[in-house]
Write a protein that binds this ligand. Sequence first.
Ligand code: ACM
Ligand code: ZN
Length: 475
Amino acid sequence: MKDCALKCIIPAPVSVKISGTGSFPLRELKKVHAPANLTRFGTEAQEMLSGFGIAAAAGPGSGSELRFALDPSLGAESWRMQVDKDGIALSGGDEAGVFYALQALTQVVAAASCDGPLTASVEYGIVQDSPRFSWRGFMLDPARHFQSVKTVKRVIRMMAAHRLNVLHWHLTDNQGWRYGTGIVTEKASRNTLTGGSYSKADLQEIAAFAKKYYVAVVPEIDVPGHSRGLIQAYPELACDPADPGSELCLGRAETLPFLKRIFGELMEIFPDSRYIHFGGDEAEMKHWEKCPRCLAAMKEHGFKNLRELENHFMRELTHFAVEKGRTPIVWGTGTPFPEDTVVQAWLDIREPAKHIANGNRCIMSVHTSYYFDYPADLSEPHESWMFALPAESVYMADPYVIWESDWKGALLGPEACLWTECVPEWRIIQKILPRLGAYAETAWSRPENKDWHDFLRRREKLRAAGYEDYLRSLE
Ligand code: ACM
Ligand code: ZN
């Protein structure tokens, strides 16, 4: 049976109404008409259509055309697609909404074009859509295995095609410091796996590219643990430079001012990044426990243990971001943070409840559902401690788990994380693409519009139509 092209969109829209009175042959689309403030979308639509064998010129037409419009009454990021005898009308509540309508149309055109442009047609109907969550994140880790600017752009483009809108960029870790700054030098970008770092120009180029596709960049410098990359360049920031480990010394007077300078510089490089990630996960205590400076600082502040000193240190640092008008994010740990800090939950499904009860807003990245380094299939290379995470499990994970009513408004949304200890650059797209649509549907679509078997049908249809290959070709 021929699938209805309007019913092949991923992530699933809020509503798809087929009028049942006919269908529009795509070969009759002669003109693409975008008003002056949306010309970019007209050009992109022409390119997309020509890729599927449909030649449409720019400008208003007398008959069948593809029309673009802004309609603020639809709301942020929301969109509408209408197909009738006059052609196709795409509207968005804002520019992002228009862009998302065009991404959905690309899938519709692909699904309609299975047998080529001569027979491609789309049923008359109306699609209406808006996102469930404002935060639809994806985390990329260039610290363990570096990714080139080209690969990062491809990831952003694939995210945008699935209506994902936040790139969390884990720029530093034990294995490497991945960007050149005036403060931290080349020394810190050494890596046991692969070398490489982004220049300031690279970072700014990627931030501009992401902005063009309505993806916000959240840069992360992970401290005070996961900091061996930095300590390699500045051993004097370790508790014991002769036995440095991965943790910065919390008791040295110079550590905090040094980090404030680095984060200050990061905020200058990313002026549009409203959120700045400070890491804060998995700091070990064994060096702090033996460090006279750390122990003296703990005593001086009257703290009962070193975790309290760590929490104080992170609060001082994250407050610096608040003073600069940014919102800090940290990975969830056992310790509470001020309400102005967003906490990214990753340890277990009950974790957001604790952060939200504490007054924090939260991002849901529990590792058992959102860690894309885990193998989709156990034949993929993986570490012994990893869980299998097939697309079906990704799809079934609802970011709210079962406490939706308690969490209303406090859960910004989900974020999938691709850690790259086992993922060299050439495997990035292989790790992302098979599960990206399933994840996007949990981030964008309402639970009542989700259906695993219907998702599989849509995914298979788009795959057969060559849509995945189309995505792979995007830059
Ligand atoms: C983490 O996986 N250490 C946040
Ligand atoms: Zn110390």
